[in-house]
Each structure stands twice: as C-alpha cells, then as structure tokens.
Design a protein around this ligand. Structure first.
Ligand SMILES: C[S@@+](CC[C@H](N)C(=O)[O-])C[C@H]1O[C@@H](n2cnc3c(N)ncnc32)[C@H](O)[C@@H]1O
Length: 220
C-alpha cells in the first residue's frame, strides 16, 4: 500500500526514536528537516559528500569514514536491526565527525534529498530478489535511475557491487540505455577493485568463491 512520506517517516521513526539519543551520528529524518541540508547537518567544512544505500552492519561505511576524514558520508538502511548493529559499532568508537546514518528506505529519497547533493552514491550487494516474480522489488529500475541522477552532482559517480550476475547485468543495461550515465570502466564490470574496503556481505561471498561484479558509472 502506498503511504505518504509523512506517514512513512512517522512509521519508521516510531520504533527507532529511542536510539536517536544514544549517538549523535544517527540522524532522525522528520518532516521538519527535509529536504536535508548536509552542510548544516555535518557542519565540518568538508565539501565532498558520499551516500550509501543499504549499509548493512555499517562495517565498511565506518571504515571508509575513518580512512577519509575529509569526505562526509551519509548512509541509510531501512532495517532497524542493521541500524542498531551499526550504532553499536559507533558507540565503541570516538565520534566520527564525517559520518551520519539514518534508518531510511531508498524509496523516498527524491523528496528527502535536495537535487545535486552527492558526489557519489554507493550500493553494495542490494537484495537481488532472484525469483522473476519478485524482480519488481529490486531497488534499481529505470525510474529509480532518474532519482539517483537527480541527487548526484555534476559528474557524480554511481557505484554498484553484487555477486548476482543477472541483477548486475540488468543494472548495467539499464544504466547504459538510460543515457543519463556513462560507463567509467572500459568493460561492463570489474571483478576486483584496487584498494577497496570490502563489505561484510562481500567478504562472506568472496569466501564462498563467488565472483563479484563491480559497476561504476558517472552522471552525464
Ligand atoms: C544483502 S544486504 C548488504 C549489506 C551491505 N551493503 C553489505 O554489502 O554487507 C542488503 C542491505 O540493504 C538494505 N536494504 C534493502 N532494500 C533497501 C532499501 N530500499 N532502502 C534501504 N536499504 C535497503 C537491507 O536492509 C540490507 O541491510
């Protein structure tokens, strides 16, 4: 059932609000603060902003933020247990001033995020919904690419990684056909990316011997 953004935010915040007081790195997204103003949210002078959709346990996002303190990172995940796990990790660390996480689904970002906000959007191992009748649940489709395009800055990068070949191929074809992005690689995929910080899911899949498909496109 379709619900308004306001109803959606109330719903997802209702069972997570008790966590907001535990750590100032978790941002409660409400009607009052949208569209989000990242300059005042971070207030640290950093100019580059990267966005991860579906950070999972947050391990790789936290490592990225620690490795690159001059870049701001905003991560979302729609599942409360993932946000809670990331929060536990953050609570064991000193404040990471260039990182913010929110419990949020990707669905409403065109209403929550200003146009041309991000230098990079990262999607690591989004749920592939392998059964054909479930493909409609995949986050990436033609319409969603327009949303990603609108929230990226000029020349902004979209990175996608998955162990699911068919989904990766579909995303590559959608990107190529959209005419909104250009391939940064000279091949559809790379199976390895130098200096990459692996995600929890990626480590798991690599250990199982799965091939990983990395896609990198730039906004036209
Ligand atoms: C397979 S896990 C991968 C987690 C992490 N990126 C990794 O590579 O370890 C997919 C994650 O995406 C999140 N997710 C799925 N659909 C989402 C959506 N529409 N918006 C935000 N997060 C979503 C799930 O809650 C889950 O944490």
């Amino acid at each position: 059932m379709w619900i308004t953004l306001s109803e959606y935010l109330k719903k997802i915040n209702s069972d997570s609000s008790k966590y907001f007081e535990f750590n100032d790195r978790i941002l409660e997204v409400t009607d009052k603060i949208i569209p989000l103003d990242f300059e005042s949210i971070f207030n640290n002078g950093n100019k580059v902003l990267k966005f991860e959709i579906g950070f999972g346990n947050g391990e790789s996002l936290i490592k990225l933020a620690e490795k690159y303190p001059d870049i701001n990172y905003f991560g979302i995940d729609r599942k409360m247990d993932r946000v809670r796990t990331a929060l536990c990790k953050l609570n064991k660390k000193n404040k990471i001033a260039n990182l913010m996480i929110s419990r949020l689904g990707a669905d409403y970002i065109d209403q929550i995020i200003r146009q041309e906000s991000f230098d990079e959007i990262i999607m690591n191992f989004p749920d592939p919904w392998p059964k054909k009748r479930h493909h409609k649940n995949r986050t990436i489709n033609g319409d969603y690419l327009s949303v990603l395009h609108s929230v990226l800055k000029k020349d902004g990068i979209f990175r996608f990684a998955s162990d699911h070949e068919e989904y990766s191929m579909e995303v590559f074809e959608l990107l190529k056909r959209s005419k909104l992005f250009r391939n940064v690689y000279d091949t559809p995929f790379k199976n390895e990316v130098k200096n990459r910080i692996e995600t929890q899911f990626e480590k798991h899949k690599t250990r199982e011997g799965c091939k990983i498909f990395h896609i990198k496109f730039a906004k036209i």
